[in-house]
Design a binder for this molecule. Structure first.
Ligand SMILES: [Zn+2]
Ligand SMILES: [Zn+2]
Length: 271
């Protein structure tokens, strides 16, 4: 499925598609700084007890260059001549961030949960900063994927940044079919149990139900009858960048909300 073909049947996503393309274009224009790959043996003990990579002091990954890339992305978006809300809010953010000493470090800490930074548009900063930082982290995420023993993680939060999943994906064919969880922040995908709810971690396989969506062959809503949380699930392979983008399935969030289900998944699109 190509984004253009998909947009033909989901024309109401036009403005979001434009926003996303604009931000991605700007992000593609910034220099990618080098991420140091940690010595995995230093990190192993933390990994085994469930400490994600970025907050681990043993792995000691420096996220500051990601914060620098985020600052560069802000600057590009703020310097345009466009008069839309994105340009206006980005300019306000950029001006505010420039007042901050050690701004790259502050943004990096903000992404990992530091609440002392109070930007004027926190949702927008989170979205833009993760977009830039995910590019910085890509080689690290790939190296981590290659090193990580998935059987030893199987946790409900991202092994890289610690966020709750934005979505899930089913891959392969039975009996070896697997469920992956997908991080909306740093773009890591990791393995989770095939059955059960990743929010309340109820292991009861009968408590998770799948809701098919008319007109969506590749997407469904899995929800937990126990805690009422739901997880959007991409039931296919090959179009991850489209179907796991989270914003391309916001209509499923509306359907879920109308049914009284709770979004506990992490989202960068609560702008
Ligand atoms: Zn993550
Ligand atoms: Zn649950």
């Amino acid at each position: 499925m190509t984004p253009d073909l998909w947009l033909e049947t989901h024309s109401y996503f036009g403005p979001l598609a434009k926003l996303s393309a604009q931000v991605d274009r700007a992000a593609a224009g910034i220099d990618v700084l080098d991420a140091r790959i940690p010595d995995w043996e230093d990190y192993r003990a933390d990994f085994l007890v469930g400490v994600p990579l970025l907050p681990s002091t043993s792995a000691a990954v420096d996220l500051e260059p990601g914060g620098r890339m985020a600052g560069a992305l802000l600057e590009i978006l703020a310097s345009g001549t466009s008069s839309g809300w994105l340009a206006a809010e980005t300019r306000a953010l950029d001006t505010e961030m420039r007042r901050e000493p050690q701004v790259s470090r502050r943004i990096a800490d903000f992404l990992l949960g530091d609440e002392t930074l109070r930007p004027p548009f926190p949702g927008l900063l989170r979205y833009l900063a993760w977009t830039a930082t995910a590019r910085f982290l890509r080689p690290l995420v790939n190296a981590f994927d290659a090193w990580r023993d998935e059987e030893r993680w199987l946790r409900r939060y991202c092994p890289t940044c610690g966020s709750l999943p934005a979505m899930a994906q089913l891959v392969g064919v039975d009996p070896g079919r697997l469920r992956l969880l997908s991080c909306g922040c740093c773009s890591t995908r990791w393995r989770y149990r095939r059955i059960g709810c990743p929010f309340c971690e109820s292991p009861d396989e009968h408590q998770l139900s799948a809701l098919a969506i008319e007109g969506e062959k590749h997407l469904r809503i899995d929800y937990c009858q126990f805690c009422r949380a739901y997880l959007k699930t991409y039931n296919g392979e090959g179009s991850e960048s489209l179907f796991l983008a989270d914003w391309t399935s916001l209509h499923l969030d509306i359907i879920a909300r109308d049914r009284g289900l709770k979004r506990l998944a992490s989202s960068l699109y609560a702008l």
